[in-house]
Ligand binder design. Structure first.
Ligand code: SAH
Length: 352
């Protein structure tokens, strides 16, 4: 059996045409899948019984099973999903004044090895299929349908490196963004990457309006290589030259994410270096409080120090924002819930 969410709109059209049906049938099926969000082919009432039988013998609709859920005091909800092969992934739902935002995963585990991040505690098992990436959004929207609420925003900031699963992500985002699909506006979708420079250059040529965020987290190569192994492959010079290509081809403001790691990356020297790096760029720094991870020694800096660093950057003419903390009490940082669940169950995984 195949997951039907893996089919793009065009592939669905080919599928129905190959079986001798008119192309508009694909539009109807697509509508049932992504607008009405049914989980049973039998509910597709304007589709003929023989086409439903075809679909039923070849495809399944729902590809995620809820394994666990945590609700934070600030309204953030974290879902742990079991995939068809029993792998676990995490998806987060956040409530902001401007609406509801989903944070989705792109891989089972992650190979990027960032020192502060819980996702990399468990190495990558596999990429998610486009259907599993899309499935997280459909599941959450279906969950919100009960209260007549809509997902307005999407961040690709869960477990995994999005640009290490590029094609599947782009395919999923197409249906997520499609007015005939889930219909989340492109400008309300943000992709975060640890900085795979050649993929940033590829994304620059994509001609899409999604926002791009880069996990910067350090202001010089020495520190960044210590925190993020990807910096050894693509040091700041390569990263920033890719970002300049992106900015030349896209009139979108870049987000540079910067974790506030106590005693590590937020003194005057870091502010000076960041000001130099960002000079002339259409970019801003988003300072992010660090969610404590049990297995890691890092600490977030105090609110006072966060504000001091914010001021240091402002004084140097850097565009900067300070992100509000979300879901700290429910292990909401990338990979935390999954790592914890697997550790507690002491399953087949080995901790490195
Ligand atoms: N691999 C991608 C996307 C996933 S991580 C990337 O690196 O950008 C999404 C963001 O959360 C990244 O900026 C990441 O560095 C950050 N992050 C990781 N662990 C965190 C933690 N414990 N607390 C706060 N942010 C964290």
């Amino acid at each position: 059996m195949k997951e039907i969410y893996n089919l793009s709109y065009d592939e669905l059209v080919d599928y129905v045409k190959d079986r001798g049906y008119k192309a508009y049938k694909a539009k109807q099926i697509y509508n049932w899948l992504y607008k009405k969000r049914v989980i049973d082919f039998s509910n597709m009432t304007d589709i003929s019984k023989d086409l439903i039988d075809h679909l039923k013998t070849e495809f399944y609709i729902e590809n995620l099973e809820l394994a666990d859920r945590h609700i934070s005091s600030d309204g953030t909800q974290k879902f742990l999903f079991k995939l068809k092969d029993d792998n676990l992934i995490e998806t987060v739902l956040m409530v902001f004044d401007y609406g509801m935002s989903a944070c989705i995963s792109t891989q089972v585990g992650c190979n990027m090895g960032c020192k502060f991040c819980a996702s990399g505690i468990l190495k990558k098992e596999r990429d998610l299929t486009s259907g599993e990436i899309l499935g997280q959004v459909v599941w959450l929207q279906r969950y919100l349908d009960k209260d007549d609420k809509r997902l307005s925003n999407l961040v690709v900031m869960g477990t995994g490196e999005p640009f290490d699963n590029y094609d599947n992500l782009m395919k999923a985002l197409k249906t997520i963004n499609d007015p005939l699909g889930i219909e989340i506006g492109a400008r309300h979708i943000s992709i975060s990457t640890c900085g795979i420079a050649p993929m940033i250059e590829r994304f620059a040529k994509e001609n899409v309006q999604y926002n791009l965020a880069i996990s910067l987290h350090a202001s010089n190569d020495e520190l960044r290589s210590k925190l993020m192994p990807i910096n050894k492959a693509y040091p700041l010079k390569d990263l920033f030259s890719a970002l300049k290509i992106y900015s030349k081809d896209n009139n979108r403001r870049l987000t540079l994410e910067y974790l506030l790691l106590d005693g590590i990356n937020n003194d005057v020297k870091n502010a000076d270096e960041l000001a130099k790096l960002l000079k002339g760029m259409n970019a801003y720094i988003n300072l992010i409080p660090y969610n404590t991870v049990e297995e890691k020694d890092f600490k977030s800096c105090s609110d006072r120090k966060a504000l001091e660093f914010y001021d240091l950057l402002k004084k140097r003419g850097v565009a900067v924002t300070l992100r509000q903390r979300k879901g700290d009490d429910i292990n909401a940082a990338c990979g935390q819930l999954r790592a914890k669940t697997i550790k507690e169950k002491n399953e087949i995984y080995k901790f490195k």
